[in-house]
Design a protein around this ligand. Structure first.
Ligand SMILES: [Fe+2]
Ligand SMILES: [Fe+2]
Length: 157
């Protein structure tokens, strides 16, 4: 595959990672409701991991002699997964927004694996490493949501 096209795709994912980082980071600051402390701990950890994905992707773009996206203005314009403004700080809403973000990331990185599988083993390995973490993120958030629902159900009965 064309290297410029690959750099474009990597810059789109780099933008996704910065937006995901901020989505988690701001979520951890504003979230309210039951199980808040457990949710804050998870969101904070995920934020740090999204930032580490941005590190990996920007390093790979530079190895490929490309330029990592230079302005935050570009993030929303070129991102695959966008950004959900957390207008409602209730735990379940915050979890749902982040679950949706992870599902998008998982879909995009699976596509990236298909694209790089035979043409670029280095990028392929990096994406595989990132994807494994996105899958864990989705599982962690879903587990928290299940615990929250169980707790609320028990509270009602
Ligand atoms: Fe990520
Ligand atoms: Fe993630």
């Amino acid at each position: 595959m064309d290297v410029d096209e690959l750099i474009n795709l990597l810059n789109k994912s780099l933008s996704d990672e910065w937006l995901a980082y901020y989505q988690y980071w701001i979520g951890s600051k504003i979230v309210k409701g039951p199980m808040k402390d457990a949710v804050i701990a998870e969101l904070t950890l995920h934020a740090a991991e999204e930032l580490s994905h941005a590190e990996l992707i920007s390093a790979r773009i530079i190895q490929l002699k490309g330029t990592p996206v230079l302005s935050p203005d570009e993030w929303l314009k070129i991102s695959n997964c966008g950004y959900d403004i957390p207008k409602d700080p209730y735990v379940e809403e915050i979890l749902d927004q982040n679950i949706k973000g992870e599902q998008c990331a998982i879909r995009i990185y699976n596509e990236m694996l298909d694209i790089t599988r035979t043409s670029d083993p280095v990028t392929y390995n990096m994406i595989l490493q990132i994807l494994s973490q996105e899958v864990e993120h989705e599982e962690d958030l879903t587990a928290l949501k299940e615990d929250l629902e169980l707790m609320l159900e028990r509270g009602r009965s």
